[in-house]
Design a binder for this molecule. Structure first.
Ligand code: BGC
Length: 382
């Protein structure tokens, strides 16, 4: 364990948390000057595993205020769906916001419709309650919690961008897993009496999402990356030619749609290990990745390690941790991805020209590193 890098990671996250509570995705990469609910939820969770509860709370309050600011959209979406009107890209709740909680309009082509952050923040909030032992936020944030549940209930079967902000034509088992976890974690909080019952039937919805994933997101006992949504005369179906994606780890750790020992998970992880984990190296997103040539991602390397730590394969977890630590950059930074063994070299330069050097530090990378250390150490993340 490199405790210096661990402390530096916490320091970096605190330093780059706005007074509003938002976490910037990367302070030095122009395109990432915003707060994504996806990145932020994992960053808050990392801070919770490190005992930095005040930082996580400030983030959740920021999410709460931001969601309430745009909550009027949920009723509008309901009406649009009921009357068969189309839902435009800005009719939805966005995936990222300025640190002041405003929508971002610098790039009109950005895929704003990504549902996963809305499931992830509910999951991270319920983990915050468990790890901090303080359920005060549940009452304070009851409105944004309800807004998120109502929103997810309406939109979970609509095609939207995946967690890599690609493929808006499909549904994605990863994103559906976050929705499952959102409903399921609120159902547990209600069951244990920590929260008042909600008008959204969370327990049934969690079950429905899980059944949907099982029916359409699994092929030959393996998870697929995408699902073709239902058409006018067609039911949804698994997309078979996309290959595996490392984010599918999320279906077990942390979103718990399936146990880590479920054969579907074991088969999927075997494929991730074979196709996406470079021997003695890090973990790729997916084989056809061209973003900055498709490098190894710290956050996914840590994610695979998190899974290993949870199932008791501590040595494998430790090896991944050491790989991440060996790639620490000047200033104690962890970047988004490491380019030593890229999958598609001809695509590196064009991205460099377009957006500048790879994001570093990336707060989500530091967050997953913190989560991995704590899961190896004490299993505090359980
Ligand atoms: C990644 C997203 C991430 C965003 C900000 C994108 O390149 O694909 O998953 O949320 O960067 O870190």
């Amino acid at each position: 364990m490199n405790w210096k890098l661990y402390s530096k990671s916490i320091e970096l996250i605190l330093k780059n948390q706005s007074v509003t509570g938002a976490y910037v995705a990367s302070p030095s990469f122009p395109t990432y000057q915003y707060c994504w609910l996806r990145d932020g939820s994992f960053i808050a969770h990392a801070m919770d595993t490190a005992g930095e509860f005040a930082s996580a709370e400030a983030f959740f309050r920021w999410v709460g205020r931001t969601i309430q600011k745009f909550s009027y959209k949920v009723e509008e979406i309901r009406q649009r769906l009921e009357t068969g009107q189309p839902i435009g890209k800005d009719d939805v709740l966005h995936t990222r916001f300025t640190l002041d909680g405003e929508e971002v309009y610098v790039d009109s082509t950005w895929g704003n419709f990504q549902i996963d952050g809305y499931g992830s923040w509910l999951w991270a909030l319920s983990e915050h309650v468990r790890l901090s032992g303080d359920n005060g936020l549940l009452k304070e944030l009851s409105e944004p919690i309800l807004t998120s549940l109502r929103y997810l209930e309406l939109v979970w079967k609509l095609p939207n961008y995946d967690c890599w902000e690609e493929h808006p034509e499909y549904l994605h088992p990863y994103s559906l897993a976050t929705v499952f976890a959102g409903f399921d974690s609120i159902a547990s909080l209600v069951k244990t009496g920590q929260m008042d019952a909600t008008p959204v039937v969370v327990e049934q919805l969690a079950q429905k999402v899980k059944e949907f994933i099982l029916e359409f997101g699994v092929y030959e006992d393996r998870l697929v990356k995408h699902i073709q949504p239902a058409g006018p005369n067609a039911s949804p179906e698994p997309v078979l030619d996309s290959g595996v994606d490392s984010s599918l780890l999320g279906l077990t750790i942390p979103y718990n749609v399936f146990s880590p020992h479920d054969p579907i998970i074991q088969n999927t992880i075997q494929t991730i290990e074979a196709d996406l984990h470079r021997p003695d190296g890090g973990v790729y997103r997916y084989l056809a990745d061209v973003y900055y040539g498709g490098g190894e991602w710290h956050l996914l390397t840590a994610w695979l390690g998190w899974y290993y730590a949870r199932i008791g394969k501590k040595e494998q977890a430790q090896a991944l941790l050491e790989w991440i630590e060996s790639k620490e950059e000047t200033g104690g930074f962890l970047s988004e991805q490491v380019s030593d063994h890229i999958l598609a070299p001809i695509h590196y330069e064009p991205w460099l020209k377009k957006w500048g050097p790879i994001a570093s530090p990336l707060l989500w990378s530091h967050a997953m590193y913190i989560i991995l250390i704590n899961s190896i150490q004490e299993d505090k993340t359980r």
